[in-house]
Design a protein around this ligand. Structure first.
Ligand SMILES: [Ca+2]
Length: 387
């Protein structure tokens, strides 16, 4: 045996006694999808991931085999004239494996929003006919941009719908603050009836004859991905800004009914700077919990993509809310303590894949084990892992 120098021996001794720090990284889960904007698995399903493609298709990824299977094709209902249009979101009923019912959000040929129910069939509900469609709600859009697109079930099992302000710039028709419009809102409906939907009995503007009864909260510009912390029930709303500030709004569990998030009067924490759209903060309006400025710096960007509070198997990530910017390809996290943002971290370098880079993050995903998925508009999906 070769004789080891004292220095080498000392180094070996130190190395073997250092705690091995787990390395957080990403692994490529799938590629080859087209203009991916969302991915989700129904409650109780781990091996299959439903992947939403903006042109109007949902395909199922077999996570073990890596194969893709057609599920739903509604491309004939959609005409994309501008990149914010298309099939933008989906949500499964909690008991999807028995009912087969799920909901989608898309813009139709006229550019208007349609919220529809579809019903899948077969033993594992992995097949769906476009003809199972039931139209629940149509929302007229004035312009091609700011269509919102997120839908999801809350801890109350009611369906929440994030609409944009209807577009152009600076919300020229002031939809965000107008309770007679569905635009610039978080809506909430009860889809438990066999057909159609009901207005939940405690929706905040239900008894206001001038307001849309579906409104849950208002003053949003273009919420691009919201989520609930699956452990606490806290709500996070990422709202895309105009020309200066991107923002994330936080609402503690059980609160937020009737909340005003300030747009178009407020962009981030200030009076909207452009085109005299801004004004003083309305009484009781909610300021964001986190904002970042437009730019290409390490803490800047152009268009926020909201994510999730991590509740998966990696211990060191517990409680961190992950989010990103679509145009400045960065991934960040923070934690919330007593309704205040703390522990901001930049994950961009640590989550860099072995090959290529993660860009154009359209959404994050959360599987049933709590794993965090990163969904790129380029058709690739990564999973955050510990190595
Ligand atoms: Ca706001």
């Amino acid at each position: 045996m070769a004789r080891l120098s004292p220095l080498v021996l000392l180094t070996l001794l130190v190395l073997t006694h250092l705690p091995t720090e787990a390395k957080i990284s990403t692994t490529l889960l799938a590629s080859g999808f087209k203009q991916t904007v969302w991915a989700e698995s129904p409650h109780g399903v781990h091996d299959y991931l439903w992947v939403v493609e903006k042109e109007g298709k949902i395909r199922i990824l077999d996570r073990n085999l890596g194969t893709k299977h057609p599920f739903l094709d509604i491309t004939d209902r959609i005409k994309i004239r501008m990149n914010e249009q298309g099939l933008l979101g989906m949500a499964f009923e909690k008991n999807y494996l028995s009912t087969g019912r799920f909901y989608v959000y898309y813009t139709n040929h006229q550019g208007d929003t349609e919220i529809c129910r579809f019903t899948a069939h077969g033993q594992n509900k992995r097949h769906c006919l476009a003809s199972s469609r039931e139209l629940l709600l149509t929302i007229k859009q004035d312009y091609k941009n700011h269509n919102g697109g997120w839908i999801g079930f809350g801890p109350d099992q009611l369906l929440y719908i994030g609409t944009g302000d209807g577009g152009a710039g600076n919300d020229p028709k002031n939809h965000g603050q107008d309770l007679t419009s569905h635009l610039g809102k978080l809506l909430r409906i009860d889809v438990s009836p066999e057909k159609g939907y009901r207005i939940p009995s405690d929706n905040p503007f239900k008894n206001n004859a001038k307001a849309k009864p579906e409104i849950y909260a208002y003053g949003l510009r273009n919420p691009w991905r919201c989520s609930w912390d699956r452990q606490t029930g806290d709500l996070y709303i990422a709202d895309v800004g105009q020309n200066h500030w991107e923002e994330i709004n936080f609402m503690p569990a059980g609160q937020g009914k009737g909340a005003n998030y300030g747009w178009r009067l407020r962009e981030g924490n200030v009076a909207t700077p452009s085109r005299k759209a801004g004004g003083p903060k309305p009484n009781g309006a909610i300021d964001p919990i986190y904002v970042y400025q437009h730019g290409s710096g390490p803490r800047e960007g152009v268009s926020v993509t909201g994510g999730y509070v991590y509740r998966g198997p990696i211990k060191s990530l517990q409680g961190k809310y992950f989010f990103a910017d679509f145009a400045n390809p960065r991934i960040w996290s923070f934690e919330v303590n007593h309704e205040t943002m703390t522990h901001f971290e930049d994950w961009t370098d640590r989550l860099k894949p072995d090959s290529g880079t993660i860009k154009t993050i359209a959404s994050f995903g959360e599987d049933n084990k709590g794993n965090l998925l990163i969904i790129s508009h380029s058709g690739r999906i990564w999973q955050v892992v510990e190595k």
